[in-house]
Write a protein that binds this ligand. Structure first.
Ligand SMILES: *[C@@H]1O[C@H](CO)[C@@H](O)[C@H](O)[C@H]1NC(C)=O
Ligand SMILES: *[C@@H]1O[C@H](CO)[C@@H](O)[C@H](O)[C@H]1NC(C)=O
Length: 361
């Protein structure tokens, strides 16, 4: 106190004191926020793993995400993902880590059908509409349906916390640490396959679809899957795409460069808007992906995997899986499985009208 005898007695002294107070406060705030976001959470989680309630698992997820994001920002490779992009493109199924997972979802049940729905963080409205309509786990009475939305990481303006809360509420989200982009859709599909293979290999069937596709789950089960198809192994079907060749026109949505795919023919595949397969195929597709070079067209890629495993796609009537938007009427939708380019409110409207009116057809 010697440098300032008689507090606030002079201007000089006031300045010095204020400076000190500001410096100390600033340092304290910095330290508190640092410990709070990182080490504090880590310590909290380590302290008691046995009684991990939902709040804690939320914290754990937040921490994982925090580490991932800060690793990325510092230009470091995040833990468990030290592979270069080049390696990653050759073994996509092995290179990514689940940020949000539902390891327990299938533990005490053997679903009849797992729905794997490709979506992005921003599509909350679509997810809600699907939850309340054809994607409800109670959509088909007496049939155990398990629903999962598949996401990558969105870097632009999306609040991960919001997604974590949604996941805590519905337990129907899986997410891996690849960027959620159009060219990474194959990674998203492989994540779904890997989930089924690792955590739900007993499921009878699975279906991969998109959030802008209406799926008449009732008709899917009744028309295609019950009674069971002749073989419940190596079963794969959807809208057959046969004899397609790579599109080299850069303006096309399905453009693929010679560099990415030098061949001049695709194997037969099913449109990614909706394909259905027996549970055993998930592991086979993951296995095939270890050796098949990555291409970004996920449905074409799955076709290559099926070919590698010698799986023949089962043809079904073309009217069932539609690539376009089928004009809505209950008696039409009663007889189809998929219709494309569906808005969130339409998911609900179509499904509700279908339940009300289909008996009159
Ligand atoms: C796919 O995701 C990986 C991993 O996040 C990223 O490095 C890569 O740039 C993404 N690819 C595209 C084409 O967006
Ligand atoms: C993939 O399948 C091959 C041939 O069927 C088998 O030898 C190999 O062990 C499988 N790999 C994995 C990782 O399951």
């Amino acid at each position: 106190m010697s440098y300032c005898s008689g507090f606030f007695s002079s201007m000089e002294c006031t300045k010095k004191s204020l400076f000190l107070v500001f410096t100390i406060s600033f340092t304290a705030i910095y330290l508190i926020s640092y410990f709070y976001t990182s080490d504090y959470l880590a310590a909290l989680l380590k302290s008691d793993d046995l009684h991990m309630g939902s709040e804690k698992s939320l914290l754990k997820k937040t921490l994982t995400n925090f580490k991932q994001v800060s690793g990325k920002e510092n230009g470091e490779a995040p833990p468990e993902n030290g592979k270069s992009v080049n390696e990653a493109t050759h073994t996509p199924a092995q290179s990514f880590t689940f940020l949000i997972n539902e390891e327990e979802k299938c533990r005490d049940r053997t679903p009849f059908l797992v729905l794997l729905i490709s979506t992005t963080a921003a599509e909350l409205q679509r997810r809600d509409a699907i939850r309340r309509s054809w994607g409800s786990e109670a959509a088909v009475p007496g049939v155990d349906i398990l629903r999962l939305f598949m996401l990558g990481i969105n870097t632009r303006g999306i609040n991960e916390d919001v997604l974590l809360r949604e996941s805590e509420q519905y337990h129907d989200i899986i997410q891996q640490d690849f960027l959620d982009t159009y060219n990474n859709l194959t990674l998203k599909t492989l994540m779904g396959m890997r989930w089924v293979a690792s955590y739900c290999s007993g499921t009878r069937f699975a279906m991969k679809t998109d959030s802008d596709v209406f799926v008449n789950t009732m008709h899917l089960v009744e028309k295609l899957l019950r009674p069971l198809p002749p073989s419940t192994q190596n079963y794969f079907t959807g809208h057959l795409m046969k004899g397609h060749t790579p599109i080299r026109n850069k303006a096309s949505k399905w453009y693929i460069s010679e560099e990415e795919f030098p061949g001049n023919r695709y194997h037969t595949f099913c449109s990614g808007t909706g394909y259905v397969f027996s549970g055993d195929l998930a592991a086979k597709i993951v296995n095939a992906s270890l050796t098949i070079k990555y291409i970004h067209l996920e449905d074409v890629y799955v076709g290559f995997c099926l070919n590698a495993k010698g799986v023949e796609i089962v043809p079904v009537p073309y009217s069932l899986f539609n690539l376009h938007k089928v004009p809505f009427s209950p008696c039409t939708y009663n007889k189809i499985i998929t219709s494309h380019h569906i808005q969130p409110h339409e998911h609900i409207h179509y499904w509700e009208t279908l339940q009300e009116k289909k008996h009159t057809c």
